[in-house]
Design a protein around this ligand. Sequence first.
Ligand code: IMP
Length: 193
Amino acid sequence: MNPMSPFDLVVATTNPGKVREIRAYLPQWNCLIPPLDLMLEETGDTFAENARMKATQAALALESWAIADDSGLEVESLDGAPGVFSARYGRTDRERIERLLFELGDEPERAARFVCVVAVANPQGEIVAEAEGVCVGEILLAPRGTGGFGYDPIFYVPAQGLTFAQMTPAQKQQVSHRGQALRALVPQLARLR
Ligand code: IMP
């Protein structure tokens, strides 16, 4: 393998925000958006299972290297919910936030963590690299900030004194679960080349 020639790497997601973020961490790779009709199952019980499943499916379907991530929010006093069901907790970001705030009510124990697992599969569908990132915070009583997406306005990071929705994209990337997972993945990928 010529170390100077970039690998094509399909980013197995339909979320353009994720594609942008992954591209930023992997400038040596030729990150490609998959065809719209690529259907990816995520029926696992853990973030790692889902990330591996999506990377393997995309790699085999497109006969290419593929990267996938799976992420979500775990709230301690809800026994880890919504967890792998974070995206399916409501129909819209607003509904998901409202449901989470309703479930928590005035519960004083509001510790939570965002988790992200990224996995890379080779064209044979084998997982060749994997990393996890975790960002610890707490769920506010009401949304704060207008940036980001998903649960960002109610996820407060005490170390920064800000919610994810109050951070600039660069600030969020620095502390976020996805940023940490991608930074841990980069040296593993470098060893493959
Ligand atoms: P995925 O696309 O299957 O990984 O679903 C992740 C879901 O978790 C998203 O739909 C969001 O609801 C939530 N989520 C993951 N990462 C973040 C984040 O950085 N901010 C806010 N919500 C997130």
